[in-house]
Ligand binder design. Structure first.
Ligand SMILES: [Fe+2]
Ligand SMILES: [Fe+2]
Length: 274
């Protein structure tokens, strides 16, 4: 399979690409292709063109969750695809996600559902694991099992005028079964990297994890979650850890030190053959 990083915070190749705080992957697996997330501001369209990716060949669009940095480019991507397009997401994807700092604000999808449908989206709601293409799974809602993955405490939703921690039930990941083992594609891993990987093993029945790619959200979480997750990853015997986006540079640099050649900064323009 192949993953092309269409949008990430940084730019990796001098091709006229644009970096955005956000994420978008082009995923190809055994003759199928899909768009996983759409970045923040629409750079996904021109970046795809520079990278030789034909967005209109997408058989599906998958949203990892409703944050603006993964969905803000969705309308532009749908317009580029130019026809009715299935969009798979958790039913809470339009939840009113908010963050308390550094500026208290709304960080959910910057569109109404109707606006996206007018641009071609046909939403399919996913709560349970779903095999989209043979060997390529959408996680469904990820059970929270570990006691240390408390997530990003700045994130909240309003319920009856009161702030409650954002459950981010809409956090979905992709699991791809390859001959070398499981490839796990994360959006922001708000469900917790360990919870997601253990869920992937259970859903697919494959225990060998070959690669973890995407946003780990280990930058903003607490020290206990960070240390326990790194310990878990070190015990996994991964072939590749391509952490990016909300991993943040300090944590990414530390992971590079631990994993050496098995770590890659999966920045805009990178192509991972897995
Ligand atoms: Fe994100
Ligand atoms: Fe996020």
């Amino acid at each position: 399979m192949r993953v092309t990083v269409l949008v990430e915070n940084s730019v990796g190749k001098p091709l006229g690409l644009i970096g955005e705080h956000g994420l978008s992957f082009w995923v190809e697996h055994e003759g199928h292709s899909l768009l996983f997330d759409a970045g923040q501001r629409g750079a996904v369209v021109s970046n795809a063109q520079f990278l030789g990716v034909n967005l209109s060949a997408a058989e599906a669009v998958v949203l990892s969750h409703g944050h603006y940095d993964h969905t803000g480019g969705l309308r532009a991507a749908l317009e580029r695809i130019g026809r009715r397009s299935p969009v798979y997401a958790h039913p809470d994807v339009f939840s009113s996600h908010r963050v308390s700092s550094p500026v208290d604000r709304y960080i959910g999808i910057p569109y109404r559902r109707e606006e996206l449908e007018a641009a071609g989206a046909e939403f399919h709601w996913v709560r349970e694991p779903l095999e989209l293409f043979p060997g390529l799974w959408l996680s469904g809602e990820v059970p929270r099992r570990t006691d240390f993955e408390r997530g990003d405490e700045r994130m909240y939703v309003l319920q009856g005028g009161k702030r409650i921690p954002d459950p981010l039930a809409d956090d979905l990941s992709l699991f791809v079964c390859t001959p070398g083992g499981l490839v796990i594609l994360l959006g922001c891993a708000h469900a917790g990297v360990v919870n997601i990987i253990e869920h992937a093993r259970e859903v697919t029945g494959v225990s060998k994890v070959a690669a973890v790619v995407g946003g780990t959200h280990l930058g903003p979480v607490g020290l206990e979650q960070l240390e326990n997750t790194i310990k878990y990853l070190m015990e996994l015997d991964l072939d590749l850890l391509a952490a990016n986006h909300c991993t943040g540079l300090p944590v990414a640099a530390r992971l590079k030190g631990i994993f050496g050649a098995r770590f890659r900064f999966a920045i805009t323009g990178e192509v991972l053959e897995l």
